[in-house]
Design a protein around this ligand. Structure first.
Ligand code: PNS
Length: 161
């Protein structure tokens, strides 16, 4: 493989649960940056399916083919964690126009807090453009089939709950 020199990027999110959409963005990011730190936010919502530790473990199990990634749990401000890791960029996936508003506000806030850390948006593949973790949780809660939304390991973990 050709040597890269694009530094370390964070791929932050809730990942509750890790979907094919997340995997798609992570695979794209891992081809661009030398190292990706998948950064699992510790936010504990009442509707959470998995603990941060369980989410991290599932991401690790779903990504044995990606050699330049690691997974960390973080609490607090994302840019502080980014600086502590020496990250040059934050990767966020964009699915559709409705993502823009929230993503732009977050990117501008993060830029004001840490201008040296660039936010990089990657477009998901078309087939994953409508997947969101909250929709997956909802479908699963009502007994629907989530096979096309999440890797088999995640499906198994959700079914075991
Ligand atoms: O997968 P999500 O839920 O869209 O991820 C959102 C996340 C975790 C990246 C975002 O909420 C976050 O960065 N939280 C940490 C607090 C922070 O630094 N917020 C950014 C300033 S707006």
């Amino acid at each position: 493989m050709q040597e890269q020199n694009n530094g370390l990027a964070l791929y932050p999110g809730s990942f509750d649960p890790f979907t094919y959409g997340h995997l798609d963005i992570l695979e794209r990011a891992s081809r661009i940056f030398d190292t990706i730190v998948v950064t699992v936010a510790k936010n504990s919502s009442k509707t959470a399916a998995f603990t941060p530790e369980q989410r991290s473990e599932l991401i690790i199990q779903c990504t044995p083919h990606l050699k330049n990634i690691r997974v960390e749990i973080f609490d607090g401000l994302l840019v502080d964690f980014a600086k502590s890791q020496g990250a040059v960029a934050l990767v966020r996936g964009l699915r559709q126009v409705s993502d823009f508003d929230y993503e732009f506000r977050m990117a501008f806030a993060n830029r004001r807090l840490a201008p040296e850390v660039e936010t990089v948006f990657l477009m998901t593949s078309e087939e994953h453009a409508l997947i969101s973790a909250s929709i997956v949780r909802e479908i699963h809660r009502h007994g629907g089939d989530i096979t096309s939304f999440v890797p088999p390991i995640v499906k198994k973990a959700l079914n075991a709950k």
